[in-house]
Design a protein around this ligand. Structure first.
Ligand code: 4NP
Length: 155
C-alpha cells in the first residue's frame, strides 16, 4: 500500500485572515515541490463560518499568484484531531484553545506556525485583522516561510 498522504490543518481565530493564507502558501509550496499533501484550515471561533476569506487576505494571495476566493471558513472540530497528522496554530491563544479542545484520543501533532521557521520558534503570528493592508504582507511572508519549513520537514 502506498504511504498515506500527509495531512495538515492550520488553525487561527476566525479562519478568514491568517489560516487561509497559511493553507494557500502550503498548497502552493507543495505544488512547486511536487509533494502530495492534504491541506485545510479552520478557526477556533465560528463567527465567520461559511464566509470567504477577508478581502485583504484574498488580495495579498492574488498578488502572490494564489486564488483563495473559493475558500470558506469553518470551525475546528474534535474529529480534526484524528483526521490530520498535524494541526498548526497561528498564535499562542489558538494553541491554548486547541489543547483545551483536544479529545483524549487525539493523534495530531500540535505546533505553532513559526516553530517551522528557523530562528522564530515559539513566536505567534500577529492577527492582521485590526491593522492595515501592510500587515497582510507580513502575514504572507511568515506563512510562506513556514510552508517551506513544513515541506522540508515532511519530505
Ligand atoms: P484570523 O483573523 O483569526 O486571522 O482569521 C480574525 C478575523 C476576524 C476576527 C478575529 C480574527 N473576528 O473577531 O471577527
Amino acid at each position: 500500500m502506498p504511504p498515506p498522504t500527509p495531512s495538515i490543518l492550520f488553525v487561527c481565530l476566525g479562519n478568514i485572515c491568517r489560516s487561509p493564507l497559511a493553507e494557500a502558501a502550503l498548497r502552493e509550496e507543495a505544488r512547486l515541490r511536487r509533494l502530495d499533501l492534504i491541506v485545510d484550515s479552520a478557526g477556533t471561533g465560528n463567527w465567520h463560518a461559511g464566509e470567504p476569506p477577508d478581502p485583504r487576505a484574498i488580495a495579498v494571495a492574488a498578488k502572490n499568484g494564489v486564488d483563495i476566493r473559493a475558500l470558506r471558513a469553518r470551525q475546528v472540530t474534535r474529529a480534526d484531531f484524528t483526521r490530520f497528522d498535524r494541526i498548526v496554530a497561528l498564535d499562542h491563544d489558538n494553541l491554548k484553545d486547541l489543547r483545551r479542545l483536544a479529545p483524549a484520543n487525539a493523534t495530531a501533532e500540535l505546533s505553532l506556525l513559526l516553530d517551522h521557521v528557523p530562528g522564530r520558534e515559539g513566536e505567534g503570528v500577529t492577527d492582521p485583522w485590526f491593522g492595515d493592508e501592510a500587515g497582510f504582507d507580513v502575514t504572507w511572508d511568515e506563512v510562506t516561510a513556514a510552508a517551506r519549513g513544513l515541506v522540508a520537514a515532511i519530505r
